[in-house]
Design a binder for this molecule. Structure first.
Ligand SMILES: Cc1ncc(COP(=O)(O)O)c(C=O)c1O
Length: 766
């Protein structure tokens, strides 16, 4: 289906649509004429206020025609046409804006107005055909330029209806029409999906593997927009971006400094490169929320100490360089490092040769000033190269798996694109999906044209929700009642005084980074010894707190509401949390979130509270859970269910075990690459977690919460690492005690032994 100018409606702002006057008649004639020409669509607004609201909520407007004389009739002093023009231009600098007037003399138009409009038409001076034709022309030229180059070329090519004799075999979708299942797929996805699914043999679109032509131009454009020296499009997700980065720099025997809170793709990067990892342990607070690693971890002294203590690094006297260091930025919970300060001030010595920021969840940071300095590509002046991996598909608008790899060259060493491309090609398919490339191209254009506005909108909405929940919690507490809390500063320094977060104006919180920067004087975050100017909280990552833990991190004797119960309840309301910890859960206020979704969330939280406070039978709240496990849950109410789980977590010291298990880094008996070699050779066996003592893990073990690996392949469960086995056993016991609450633990296989579930994992054979 071809796009036409009908897809870009004209927003027509006038008070005369229904007027019986001569002017009203002429206006209706004009609208009819517009609809006739190229089937232009028209959206009408009868006031400047409505017009701004419509414009703010729709990105598909192709032109705005403003009846300047409306001012005289409407007489609304708060909303003038100048304010409308300002509002439009703040959101879109390119859209054609046309003034339609008959009373106004040209000399009465101010400089400001003239700077913001593209055309001025006199209602009565020209024929309706002429005015309509001119408006349609503006829509046409605007709509032809809204798409970026690669996507434009893809559309153009798809619309040429060529007979192709190359792959993919469905040839523009025709292949699907040979059998009913194919027809169903064709109808579901629509013809454009298949017309734009092209072979690499289409020269007009360039080559992604060689970074030439339109595809290469799109990557270079993304580099400029995301503030990088080089950018590569990667179509197998950030998991592959991470491996490309490491493969390009790291060789067997090289030492890598790795955040223990790393994604499993970094573990695989260590496997494929043969690197020797030295880990940095992130801080965690009493609730288990993951914080930053300590700044001292980057210092040459601390690195040397860890290398000296490492059992697998034999030659301690050899000059030791860290070939690659990797940090997760931001953390899952939205803690973002001040990359600029860390690299430009503190980590600029010779010890670390490459810096890698895994920004899978953070591709938007470059586009709003509130994040200034807190992302990898913000580093302008570093001796060594800085790499960033970003899942454009996660929090911007690319198709799933479409990611970007950004590089900032170091002042001492630049990354040679020819050498780097060998690693890129090692991980790339020779049949890239062109629609995925187009989605990265479009995500780039959206950020280039409207990034700050889009980000501004979602940050504003996130702050409004934060303030709302903080206010509800405060008011409930004052009335001896309870509500959910927010993990955020309780108070904000504002104009020489201090105000509650709930009372701080949203604009202030949007325009200032300081309220979001963690410091050691504030205790709300619960992290020890936070360094100055080191990390900030991302406003759009919302961690909601459930009752049950006091300010010192101790579980309260009663009144606890484990977060798993709340997030299960939210799922029933079609609200899916990003992550659930023991007494908190995380929601992302992303590009797809809107005020209606926020309203549904608040309504669902209130409903939970109502069921909890009124001691509603569990069967009425979670009928499926009770139906599946009647013996266990039939007699419970929502409140008693929360109490019994809270009591269990308290009596079994689950939080304490979790803390202890994440404080140890088990002794490595072999490198990740050797553990993987044992898997390949089949020299591994499944072992019950109760039998893990002295065993060497063959694979990475990552329990959620909190989502940090407790074991890496090659590490031995002995000495202090016994705490890890204890934590895993406690999780096993919990799942047997609370069926229906199975958590996610990567690397664990569950087996039924009679009535019980047993956790097992892959270990190296003895
Ligand atoms: C920190 C981090 N890095 C990398 C990845 C992998 O990203 P992708 O799903 O794009 O492969 C993830 C995915 O969740 C992640 O959380």
């Amino acid at each position: 289906m071809k796009m036409t100018i009908a897809d870009w409606p004209v927003l027509f702002v006038s008070g005369e649509f229904s007027a019986g006057s001569n002017e009203g008649h002429r206006l209706r004639e004009l609208l009819d004429e517009l609809r006739k020409i190229d089937a232009c669509n028209v959206i009408s607004a009868t006031s400047y206020e409505d017009a701004l609201e419509i414009f703010t909520s729709r990105a598909d407007i192709g032109c705005v025609v403003v009846d300047w004389d409306l001012e005289f009739e409407q007489n609304n002093e708060k909303m003038t046409p100048e304010i409308l023009l300002d509002g439009i231009r703040k959101r879109n600098t390119k859209i054609p804006v046309i003034l339609l007037t008959d009373h106004l003399e040209t000399e009465n138009l101010s400089r400001e107005v003239l700077k913001q409009i593209n055309d001025c038409l006199w209602k009565t001076a020209d024929t309706v055909e002429f005015i309509a034709g001119r408006i349609a022309n503006w829509v046409k030229s605007y709509s032809e330029n809204v798409v970026p180059e690669f996507f434009g070329k893809l559309v153009e090519y798809s619309e040429r209806y060529k007979y192709a004799w190359h792959t993919p075999g469905h040839l523009g979708g025709q292949g699907f029409l040979r059998a009913p299942a194919g027809v169903a797929m064709f109808k579901f996805f629509g013809e454009n999906t298949f017309r734009s699914d092209l072979s690499i043999s289409v020269p007009e679109l360039g080559s992604l593997l060689d970074h030439e032509g339109a595809a290469g131009d799109a990557e270079r454009n993304s580099a400029a927009v995301f503030g990088a020296d080089q950018t590569y499009y990667v179509l197998n997700g950030t998991s592959t971006v991470n491996q490309i980065i490491w493969r390009s720099q790291v060789l067997s025997g090289d030492i890598a400094l790795v955040d223990r809170n790393c994604h499993k793709s970094l573990n695989y990067a260590m496997v494929i490169t043969g690197a020797t990892p030295v880990y940095m342990i992130p801080r965690r607070n009493a609730r288990g929320i993951i914080g930053p690693v300590r700044r001292t971890e980057f210092s040459a002294d601390s690195i040397k100490k860890r290398i000296d203590a490492h059992p697998l690094i034999k030659d301690k006297n050899k000059e030791t360089h860290i070939r690659m260091s990797a940090l997760t930025n931001s953390t899952y919970d939205g803690v973002c490092y001040n990359a600029k300060a860390i690299l430009e001030k503190y980590a600029g010595d010779e010890t670390i040769e490459n810096f890698h920021f895994d920004e899978a969840w953070y591709a938007y940071a470059h586009f709003h000033p509130v994040y200034a300095g807190h992302y990898g590509m913000a580093v302008k002046d570093c001796r060594h190269p800085v790499f960033c991996s970003q899942s454009t598909h996660k929090l911007l608008t690319a198709f799933s798996q479409a990611s970007m790899l950004h590089i900032r060259n170091g002042s001492q060493r630049a990354i040679d694109p020819v050498l780097f491309n060998e690693s890129y090609m090692m991980h790339g398919s020779t049949s890239p999906q062109y629609s995925m490339i187009a989605s990265l191209d479009v995500a780039t254009r959206m950020m280039a044209d409207n990034g700050e506005t889009i980000l501004g909108d979602i940050i504003r909405e996130a702050i409004q929700l934060r303030r709302k929940i903080a206010g509800l919690e405060r008011d409930s507490r004052r009335n001896g009642d309870w509500f959910f809390g927010m993990w955020q500063p309780h108070t904000v320094k504002y104009h020489g005084g201090t105000v509650d977060f709930a009372d701080c104006p949203t604009d202030y919180l949007m325009e200032n980074q300081t309220p979001w920067v963690l410091n050691d004087r504030d205790k709300w975050h619960g992290f020890e010894d936070i360094e100055d100017d080191y990390v900030m909280l991302d406003p759009i990552k919302l961690t909601i707190l459930t009752p049950g833990i006091d300010d010192n991190g101790k579980l309260l004797p009663t009144g606890g509401i484990p977060a798993a119960i709340v997030s299960n309840f939210l799922i029933k309301h079609n609200i899916v949390c990003e992550k659930t910890d023991y007494y908190s859960f995380l929601l992302l206020n992303s590009l797809g979130t809107n005020k209606a979704k926020q309203g549904s969330l608040l309504a669902a939280l209130f409903e939970f509270k109502k069921f909890y406070d009124s001691d509603t039978p569990l069967e009425a709240v979670f009928p499926d859970l009770v139906k599946d496990h009647p013996e266990r849950y039939k007699a419970e109410t929502l409140k008693s269910h929360c109490e019994s789980m809270h009591r269990y977590l308290r009596e079994n010291r689950i939080m304490e075990l979790m803390h202890r298990s994440f404080e140890v880094i088990p002794v490595p008996s072999m490198l990740p690459v050797e553990a993987a070699a044992n898997v390949v050779r089949g020299n591994v066996e499944m072992v019950d977690v109760a039998e893990l003592h002295d065993r060497i893990a063959a694979v990475m073990l990552v329990p959620y919460p909190p989502g940090i690996p407790v074991m890496m392949g090659g590490e031995t469960m002995s000495g202090e690492a016994k705490a890890i086995a204890e934590y895993l056993l406690a999780r096993e016991k919990f799942e047997n005690e609370f069926p229906g609450y199975e958590g996610d633990i990567h690397g664990i296989t569950r087996e039924r032994h009679g009535e019980r579930t047993v956790f097992r994992t892959l270990c190296i054979k003895k």
